[in-house]
Design a protein around this ligand. Structure first.
Ligand code: TYD
Ligand code: MG
Length: 378
């Protein structure tokens, strides 16, 4: 599974323990069951331990998946001692424990899922992996509050931590490495949830722009570096007159404090008032903006919405915005621009101090957001 291998840093490492976290329903079981089926196809003995669903339910799901999952050994078990016993007896080389919250050891008091149980079970599976050599995958449910329930505590125990993210309403799922002893972090893999399970997306860098409506105000495109791969994403802004009371500020996919900063900078340095406007900003495709390089695109989207004037469809925005309204260069410009050019973009707005250019792409250097506002109005 190309995208899975990629996020793992090349593939599954024998003797390693990987935690796969994510909200219920996002597709963790589906991903790992498909993985198990692939391994079986390749002649690698696996054990899929399901404490969440009955083996029959798992089978039903397996039948729905296109892959031949029939050979995967499914065990309905929640007692750790029994899991270890079966894994040993079967000589499993990859063991999937779905989930760590339903697994318990007889050695401890306390219900499955409590912090002591979760931590102890994970530590013993870790020892098992190191001594007996199979790779172990643990499913960990993330609760609404964030952190994998209790198992946030697991991050330092295991070798690798992957988070499976996305919005259940959208088909795209993003697998992100938060820790990886065997590869780099911040790499993401992109999948699509289909009727027949998860499919690695063939061109992840272009996925998030698919279906973008051009000619609409409030939309700007930027290039993010996700690990070592550039990805283009669309940022949508909508500024609308406040009905009553305090104006709303709603940010989806970016930090609301970052949005507040950019609004203040636009107001003070760009002379664009937002005091009487509700502001909504959304990053499409369930992507999260984790780097300030997208500031300029957020700013451009806001300007475009306030003026109700669409940005050029072939323009990319790349830059960090400082409190003085200055536009700063970002890292990895060449790779981002190359990807933008590949996807048909023809001009890029970036810091006048940025170096880097790519054939086929007109570079528009801007010193500050005042200049950006001016150029976009022209
Ligand atoms: P699941 O893997 O059970 O999530 P998790 O283990 O993270 O709780 O995925 C559940 C969702 O995925 C469920 O809403 C149905 C959907 N799904 C598909 O759309 N296609 C499929 O082929 C499968 C197996 C599930
Ligand atoms: Mg599940």
């Amino acid at each position: 599974m190309t995208e899975f291998d990629y996020v793992l840093g090349g593939g599954i490492v024998p003797g390693s323990v990987t935690l796969v976290g994510g909200e219920p329903g996002i597709g963790k079981s589906t991903l790992l069951l498909q993985c198990a089926a692939r391994l079986e196809q390749a002649g690698i003995a696996t054990l899929y331990v399901s404490g969440e669903e009955s083996p029959d339910q798992v089978r039903l799901r397996a039948d729905r998946l296109m892959v031949d999952a029939g050979r995967v050994h499914v065990l309905g078990e929640t007692r750790l001692e029994a899991v270890l016993h079966h894994a040993q007896a079967l000589g499993s080389r990859v063991v999937f424990v779905d989930s760590i919250q339903t697994t318990y050891t007889e050695d401890l008091e306390g219900a499955p899922g409590n912090v002591g149980q979760v931590r102890d079970c994970a530590a013993r599976l870790m020892r098992f992996a190191k001594e007996a050599g199979p790779a172990v995958f643990l499913v960990g449910h993330v609760t609404k509050g964030g952190g994998i329930a209790g198992p946030k505590t697991l991050e330092h125990i295991v070798d690798t931590v992957l988070y499976f993210e996305g919005e259940s309403s959208l088909d795209h799922r993003i697998l992100r490495a938060a820790k990886n002893r065997f590869g780099s972090v911040d790499e993401i893999g992109v999948f699509e949830m289909t009727g027949a399970g998860l499919e690695p997306v063939a061109d992840p860098a272009a996925t998030f722009l698919a279906g973008r409506a051009t000619g609409v105000s409030g939309s700007a495109v930027t290039a993010l570096m996700e690990g070592t791969r550039p990805m283009l994403v669309e940022i949508q802004a909508l500024a609308a007159k406040t009905g009553f009371g305090t104006p709303q500020r709603v940010a989806t996919g970016l930090d609301h404090r970052r949005l507040a900063v950019l609004l203040a900078v636009l107001e003070r340095r760009g002379g664009v008032p937002f005091a009487a406007l509700d502001v909504f900003v959304n990053v499409t495709g369930g992507v999260r903006l984790l780097e300030p390089s997208s500031d300029l695109a957020v700013t451009a989207a806001l300007l475009s919405s306030v003026r109700d004037r669409a940005l050029p469809a072939d323009a990319l925005f790349l830059g960090e915005v400082g409190l003085g309204g200055e536009v700063r260069p970002v890292a990895g410009v060449e790779r981002r621009l190359a990807e933008a050019a590949r996807q048909g973009f023809r001009r890029v707005f970036l810091s006048a101090r940025s170096r880097g250019s790519v054939a086929d792409l007109d570079v528009v250097g801007v010193d500050g957001i005042g200049e950006l506002a001016h150029r976009l109005a022209a």
